[in-house]
Design a protein around this ligand. Structure first.
Ligand code: ATR
Length: 272
């Protein structure tokens, strides 16, 4: 029996998830298929139901459906509930189980793959939308000295910081309020790059000596944020491909109870 999985989103054509899961399946000897599903913008739930009716076992959910997947799930993991969004659906006997593996994907990539220390450091998240919300709790769990959320619309950053205040030292800031301040780790969680827009101007003082810049999105060439970060003095940087591979491995574990080794897959996708 071959188990069926898919990634669902809109757009979806350029998703690397099928290649990543094919690599995990080869490595673990799992008999699975993994396809891309383009759901109409108003047709996420119908497409998920159809996939389950056809025997589908699990879905990765990507933009713009993570909130709808949260609403669709009959049961939720704690981390999905905390993030308020679902990127992983598993078909159980009593309906969809919703989980969120994005946050752990980020912290594993930063700490385990890239050797970035979060504990005791000053960490800055740029953006306060869905992508930022999904990473705040796992970042706080890593024990930074401070976690600052900066956003073009400062009220959204304040609301997000308030939601997580009981989990750790988290503050909100406007772009202007960052002037003259510096951080050890700066994470771009805005959608400016994905939209192909110029970002609001962040101060060029953001990077402390030795600072690390991370872009949650990924591309074949350095992203606009990473090019800016290099010019502004970031010492090291990475885009979100490693996070994509780590969140995929965690989804694979949620579905199948087997944790793939991500190292050979990271090497496959990023040979340098
Ligand atoms: P996502 O789920 O990708 O986070 P979102 O919820 O629409 O999408 O949030 C987009 C985030 O990117 C927001 O923080 C947004 O800032 P605003 O809250 O001020 O809208 C941020 N963003 C989008 N375009 C941006 C730009 N050009 N410069 C800076 N921030 C931008």
């Amino acid at each position: 029996m071959t188990d069926r999985y898919a990634v669902i989103g809109n757009p979806i054509a350029h998703s690397k998830s099928p290649l990543i899961h094919a690599a995990f399946a080869r490595q673990t000897g799992a008999a699975i298929t993994y396809e891309r599903i383009l759901a109409p913008l108003d047709g996420f739930a119908a497409a998920a139901h159809q996939f389950a009716a056809d025997g589908g076992r699990g879905l990765n959910v990507t933009l713009p459906f993570k909130l709808e997947a949260f609403a669709l799930a009959a049961a939720l993991s704690d981390r999905a509930r905390t993030a308020g969004a679902v990127n992983t659906l598993r078909r159980d006997a009593d309906g969809w189980f919703g989980d969120n593996t994005d946050g752990v994907g980020l912290t594993r990539d930063l700490q385990d793959n890239l050797g970035v220390v979060l504990g005791g450091r000053d960490v800055l998240v740029l953006g306060a939308g869905g992508a930022a919300r999904g990473i705040v709790a796992p970042l706080l769990a890593a024990g930074p000295r401070t976690l600052t959320i900066a956003n073009r619309t400062v009220a959204r950053a304040a609301a997000l910081a308030m939601d997580f205040a009981r989990r750790g030292e988290v503050r909100a800031a406007s772009a202007g309020a960052l002037e003259g301040r510096s951080f050890d780790v700066v994470i771009d969680a805005t959608s400016a790059g994905i939209r192909g827009e110029a970002s609001v101007p962040w101060p060029a003082t953001l990077f402390a000596p030795g600072a690390f810049a991370y872009d949650l999105s990924y591309a074949d060439a350095p992203t606009a944020f990473l090019r800016w970060a290099r010019a502004a003095g970031a010492a090291r940087m990475a885009d979100g491909l490693g996070m994509l591979i780590e969140q995929a491995a965690e989804s694979f574990f949620v579905w199948r109870g087997v944790r793939p080794d991500t190292r050979p897959v990271l090497t496959l996708f990023r040979p340098d």
